[in-house]
Design a protein around this ligand. Structure first.
Ligand SMILES: [Fe+2]
Ligand SMILES: [Fe+2]
Length: 260
């Protein structure tokens, strides 16, 4: 029987498949870390900049966690095939702030900040959902469970923060523009997610020697997810709601003072 749990456990058990999986994940996290770090350095707003910096530090930490999972198994990361590079494919579609822009030492404009937050709102939705699934399926594995739980919790924070900041900007007047931008990014993201899923599945199929029937079934599943995302799922990626976790990336409360 094909299930997400069965497939993820199969990947986890196989060194080469696990190596590819963690390498793809680590590269995406590291890229997110670098982007957020650059944006934080170019944002003048004294309330927003530290939150973006924390967002970047979290993504860097996630990259280190996935690399540590490899290290623990005595594996080195492998190069990520371009067709499985989610962040790069999104950037190529003109989604989010281009790396050329981020390398220039020019302060972020209000429009740049909206673009950053809209891109993050959509991609953090995907990250939070993917991590929930990974944690559900592999959370009991002693070598990866704790790391996955930590990343899962952080991604929920990131998503909450994006809702909160975009709602703040919407209330200041450009609700319609933000809504349009969100829909544009979500449409591009669900296509890129489908293409990357197909590319990863193809590689995993070769590494794990999947039968033709199994590959075809998985391919059909990915297309079904894409159709669902296009028809009904876009809404969950673009709506803005006040999050349950308030000020999720705000200053951490100081540790309780203990009397000497
Ligand atoms: Fe992350
Ligand atoms: Fe994140």
């Amino acid at each position: 029987m094909l299930s997400a749990r069965g497939i993820l456990q199969e990947i986890h058990r196989n060194d080469e498949a696990f190596r590819l999986f963690c390498s793809i994940a680590a590269k995406g996290e590291n890229q997110g870390g670098w982007e957020n770090g650059r944006i934080a350095a170019l944002v003048a707003d004294p309330e927003l900049a530290p939150k973006i910096a924390r967002h970047g530090a979290d993504e860097d930490k996630h990259g280190r966690i996935f690399n540590a999972m490899l290290h623990r198994r005595g594996l080195d990361p492998v190069d990520v095939p371009p067709e499985a590079d989610y962040c790069m494919l999104l950037e190529r579609q003109g989604i989010g702030l281009a790396h050329d822009r981020l390398r220039r030492d020019e302060p972020m404009t209000e429009a740049d900040i909206v673009e950053y937050l809209v891109h993050s709102r959509v991609t953090e939705q995907r990250a939070a959902e993917d991590m929930r699934m990974l944690h559900r399926c592999l959370g009991d594995e002693p070598d990866v469970g704790r790391g996955l739980r930590m990343i899962c919790d952080d991604e929920e924070n990131h998503l909450a923060y994006c809702h909160e900041e975009l709602l703040r900007l919407s209330a200041r007047g450009d609700e319609a523009g933000i809504g349009r931008a969100l829909r544009k990014v979500a449409r591009a993201e669900i296509k890129v997610n489908r293409d990357v899923s197909l590319a990863v599945m193809e590689r995993m199929g070769r590494l794990l020697d999947w039968s033709r029937g199994r590959r075809l079934t998985l391919k059909a599943g990915i297309h079904a997810v894409y159709a669902y995302d296009r028809l009904w799922g876009t809404r969950r990626m673009v709506r803005l709601r006040p999050p349950k976790r308030v000020d999720a990336l705000g200053p951490k409360p100081a540790a309780p003072h203990r009397a000497a």
